[in-house]
Design a binder for this molecule. Structure first.
Ligand SMILES: Cc1ncc(COP(=O)(O)O)c(C=O)c1O
Length: 417
């Protein structure tokens, strides 16, 4: 499959029309207009490669894993464990046993909170996160703080939406037990300097969890190069199925962690007196897993790799630059999130018009965006807002769809004129 080509200048361009033909859901009308799907930070559409991988599991290999002696179960087990290897390779981990399948980014963070941090946390200890976190990287830590009498500390961000690194260093204390940091902000688009943030934390002996939910579809991630202790992500943000995600954890941490949930498939032996646990990663995968989800997740990453993340990033950077310029020409538009380094998220407000009204009118024009707090209420509060409009771009978006967004915004102006 060739869907990216090298130009004479050496840059790689995407054959976007070819890519779009891989995504059945993009070829539909919405309220009588061609659908312009610009809500990719919420979830992405799925290519045929993913749909086919999931369908093929149901049509051919449908069976449970790790427990059957028969052929279908063996094939399902091989496919499930191969999916783990694909994810390990994609994330640059050293060992497949460092990849735990989860339900989502959210579950990965909860797992680390309760299995890793809870036994190590004492009253008065501190958990350090940033002001731009998604609720899923806030609330699990708050629950743990309540349980243990620990304190949640927050790294400030500046008006552009960049982390204030000097303040970060000051907030790291003798009592800091973990840093939880988002790689790419879903509300602002900021790409955080996570490598530097990790280096600073490690200098003080503090482990770091990276929320990679929005990094996975846009950046080439290498967990060993980052040297993060934990990295969490969801397949559905990167063209894979919903209900499946992955936690990368350094092997020495996973070996030293208690189970998150109990049940089948996570044990070595069970008696009423004593249960012994399986080695990681299975120790953290109690019960029948989302087998078809894992297979679809691997298919999505292979699809992305086939195209090439550098080409994806270059295409999305062009879309973001074009959309930023075009949207700013619409009277009354103000961007929220103007960081130095941004991924393809364009958050904005329009003077005097509520984001939900904007989202509703855009929808009537076939343009799907998100309007709301993006599960990041603290960052909204940082800018004195309750909501923004968010257009977020993926590898299949086009300049034509940016034109549709701008035309829709002009309609909004007419309606509220
Ligand atoms: C930055 C970030 N973190 C975490 C999440 C939670 O992901 P999920 O709902 O797949 O668990 C999201 C989802 O929008 C996100 O954007």
């Amino acid at each position: 499959m060739t869907i990216s080509t090298a130009t004479a200048a050496g840059a790689t361009t995407l054959d976007v029309e070819k890519i779009r033909s891989d995504f059945p859901a993009l070829h539909q009308e919405s309220h009588g207009h061609p659908l312009a799907y610009l809500d990719n930070a919420a979830t992405t559409q799925k290519p045929r490669a993913v749909i086919d991988a999931v369908r093929s599991f149901y049509e051919r290999d449908c069976s449970n894993v790790h427990r059957g002696v028969h052929l279908l179960s063996q094939r399902a087990t091989v496919a499930y464990e191969q999916a783990r290897t694909t994810i390990k390779t994609h994330l640059g981990a050293a060992d497949s046993r460092e990849i735990v399948f989860t339900r989502s980014t959210t579950e990965g963070i909860n797992l680390v909170a309760w299995s890793f941090l809870c036994p190590r946390l004492e009253a008065g200890d501190e958990i350090l996160i940033s002001h731009m976190e998604h609720h899923s990287n806030i609330v699990p830590w708050q629950l743990l703080c309540e349980e243990k009498g620990a304190n949640l500390k927050v790294i400030p961000i500046d008006d552009d939406g960049d982390i204030v690194l000097d303040e970060y260093e000051k907030l790291l204390s003798e009592r800091t037990r973990i840093v939880g940091i988002v790689h790419v902000s879903n509300a602002l688009g900021t790409i955080n300097p996570v490598r530097e943030i990790i280096k600073i934390a490690h200098h003080r002996g503090v482990p770091v969890l990276v929320d990679g939910a929005q990094a996975l579809p846009h950046l080439s991630v290498d967990v060993r190069d980052l040297d993060c202790d934990f990295f969490v992500c969801s397949a559905h943000k990167a063209y894979g199925p919903t209900g499946i995600g992955a936690l990368y954890g350094k092997r020495e941490h996973l070996l030293d962690m208690v189970p998150y949930q109990g049940g089948g498939d996570m044990i070595l032996s069970v008696s009423f007196d004593r249960t012994t646990y399986a080695e990681p990663p299975h120790r953290f995968e109690a019960g029948t897993p989302n087998i078809e989800g894992a297979i679809g997740f691997a298919a999505a990453l292979m699809y992305l790799e086939d195209i090439g993340l550098d080409a994806v990033a270059a295409h999305e950077a062009e879309l973001l630059a074009a959309a930023t310029e075009a949207v700013l020409e619409v009277p009354g538009v103000r961007l929220v999130g103007t960081a130095r380094d941004k991924a393809s998220v364009l958050s904005f407000v329009v003077d005097g018009i509520h984001p939900h009204d904007i989202g509703t009118i855009l929808d009537s024009e076939g343009v799907a965006v998100r309007a709301g707090h993006h599960c990041a209420q603290p960052v909204m509060a940082r800018y004195g807002l309750s909501a923004t409009v968010r257009a977020s771009f993926a590898l299949y978006n086009t300049e034509r769809e940016i034109d549709a967004l701008v035309t829709g915004l002009k309609k909004v102006q007419e309606v509220f004129g």
